[in-house]
Design a protein around this ligand. Sequence first.
Ligand code: GLV
Ligand code: MN
Ligand code: MN
Ligand code: MN
Length: 412
Amino acid sequence: MSMRADGNRILSRLEELYECGKMPDGTHSRVAYTPQERRGRQLFSEYFRQLGITVFEDAAGNLIARLEGNDQQAPAIVIGSHLDTVLDGGRYDGVYGCVGGLEIVQLLTEQKRKLNHPLEIIVFADEEGIRFGNGMFGSSAFCKASLSELDGQERDIYGMTREEVLKTCGVDLKEAAKAARKKESVLCTLELHVEQGGNLDRRGVPIGVVTSIAGVRRYAVSLTGEANHSGSTKMEDRHDALVAAAKVIGGLPDLVRKLGEEFSVGTVGKITALPGAVNVIPGRCEFLLEFRDSDEAVMERLAVEFQRRLQTVCDGGGLRMKMEHLSSHVPGKMNRQIQEEIAKASERQGMPYLRMPSGAFHDSLWLTQRFPSGMIFVPSVDGISHSPREYTKQEDLENGVNVLLETVLSLD
Ligand code: GLV
Ligand code: MN
Ligand code: MN
Ligand code: MN
């Protein structure tokens, strides 16, 4: 294969897109539907325009660049990922898959190499789900006909409803389900992503062939005790909601180790003590909890035990509790044949590879439900992600794109 990924070009685009997320406090975020993310999408569209390719948005706000193939009626090969980030995220999560897809389009265009199938590079909207506590909005719309049972918080972290937020970006929630694609219109989907864990880096293996993606279950938990004066209320007279929550949250690692499986995880990523003053005993505590595993029954077991422990602590301390389901997604299996194609493509590229599950979720989690889907991982140094310290070496960025290109050519 004469076409090789240009690592300098990939890096400079990643850096330019990172700068689109510059915040007033000096951190970088492209949270979905914010001006920073919009700037990123504009720049990404501009890269395509420079190649003579116009991009368009579907009804759910997914950004699509389509390169026609020899057979315009043939189903498309889709390369999809996301440009949105978590708060103060890194330079690679999501955006690498988009820039990698763009790199392939650029190589094909420059070499005047036309595929048989159309090739679509898709930036799926709101993968991270930061605003409403769920995720993969764009890919879910792409895969299913109805968005009527959207889960997550009713209002986002800025107090807006999804309908309001989407409107600011020209998307009508009532129309978003029209983004659903017919099965026959997509040959397969591919996603290139940094591993976000340390398996490849530790072993010095350049390519991961993803076998499955863990499912996720999220809960909004609230404990209600009694707010009172922190100076005059004796320790034995308190109904401190934060202390009660802390007792159970502190036991979370142990709970997951005892009742979970090898890759089970549980996290409380956000907690609020109310009313929130240095001299008031927290009368209320609210937190967000999630479990992830590749087996639904395991997540159920972990959630049931967590709730039981919480109830016991609340009963013992005169508190009330509520644990409400917030959002969830079933685990996904990557297509076997595509896994083989990626493995063979790696071999042809002289790249050792590792077959591995993904603990993080990706747009591909939704895509597996409707289309044959494959995912390629490249190493994350020290397994750091969802952090500005996220780092992947240039050579690994290039390798991932070369394996993706090789896979596209063989699937075509
Ligand atoms: C998103 O990337 C997630 O796995 O939470
Ligand atoms: Mn992420
Ligand atoms: Mn991602
Ligand atoms: Mn993800």
